[in-house]
Design a protein around this ligand. Structure first.
Ligand SMILES: [Zn+2]
Length: 97
């Protein structure tokens, strides 16, 4: 399992506020939870970490395949997508970029 690091802002357990990791980070499984082939242990290829501030839009896209979900999240983040008017509400601090 990869250590938590937010896909959007890069927050990790060194830079996150103190507190229980499961309250700071959410592992989102895009396209559903799938066990690794052959009973292997590790980080599922369709699972991505998000900090609690950025988990909402990711969770709303968890039914999508990972590639499509991350494309939409990238578009949100860059402000180029059709949702850019919602950006400031969803991404605290994004107006500083
Ligand atoms: Zn984040």
């Amino acid at each position: 399992m990869m250590p938590p690091r937010c896909y959007v802002c890069g927050l990790d357990r060194r830079t996150a506020r103190p507190g229980p990791l499961h309250r700071r980070f959410v592992l989102v499984h895009f396209g559903g939870v799938r066990p690794l082939p052959g009973g292997r242990v590790g980080h599922p290829p369709n699972a991505v970490w998000f900090c609690s501030a950025h988990a909402g839009p990711a969770k709303r896209r968890r039914r999508l395949p990972k590639g499509e979900a991350l494309r939409q999240i990238d578009a949100l983040r860059s402000g180029s997508g059709p949702w850019s008017s919602l950006l400031r509400r969803w991404w605290p601090g994004s107006s500083r970029r």
